[in-house]
Design a protein around this ligand. Sequence first.
Ligand code: NCD
Length: 312
Amino acid sequence: MKTLSVSHLLGIKYLCEEDLHLIFETAKHFKEVINRPIKKVPSLRDITIANLFFENSTRTKLSFELAEKRLSADVLNFSANQSSVNKGETLVDTVNNILAMKVDMVVIRHPHPGAAHFLSKKVDSCIINAGDGTHEHPSQALLDAFSLKEKFGELGGKRIAIVGDILHSRVALSNIYALKMLGAEVSVCAPKSLLPKHIDSLGVEISTDFAKTLKWCDAVNMLRVQNERMDLNYFPSTREYSQNFGLTFERLKSLKKEIVILHPGPINRGVEISSEVADSDQAIILNQVENGVAIRMAIIYLLASKLNIPIA
Ligand code: NCD
């Protein structure tokens, strides 16, 4: 059996192209499974997984939980706002206590960049990063790339634009790593204040001209403005932001071609994307959500197969 080159999923940065293809191949199989009348496989019935969410989440949390249940794993859910973290316990102590209950795998979302990486060095368990602050969100980038591959076939030479709050977005960084590894051309487009200083070192096109970027691309990934991570005003007003960087139906119609539209969710309708565009046939936002479960099943299954636990 083919295996991943890593024993944790900490970021796309630590994966190689073969890992990505193996995850996609496995996800394709699981997508077929979850579309059957019986959506479950017994593969991970001897595995226990804890989902530790120290930040808000809807899609990612439910998607991981469902992926684990579809694989027949036992699942523990933990939300920071109801836990002993509020009584002063450290992250490592919290996780070691959970692991003492014989948990085999930990999915963690945390506001601090590097939290998943830190944990993988400090505790004896398989760690999956479900988003670490403004750093990486590997499972999101994998499901985005998988969804684009379903549309385009191979991504080599395809032009993918990532538009919006690049500065605070973990989705942007993980997408850049994944798409470039798969041979796509990547452009990031945002107001200057929302572009990180060293973005040019990532080998992407950089643009502040949304109209030009739309003309250039085959697909566009629209990012939410991450207000919860902002300590300053990065642009004069939301209205001005959406006038310049919001994807409206008029903008789409003015293009002489059909582009594919992605969004990781949650959507702020009328800010980065209009309702009409979000609900249009060109948007694959709900396909992304469907694919998210299959991709997370693949990640968990492949990592579990590296543990010394029988897999059915
Ligand atoms: C993203 C996240 O949490 O980074 N959402 C998600 O995982 N579906 C993007 C966002 O919050 O805007």
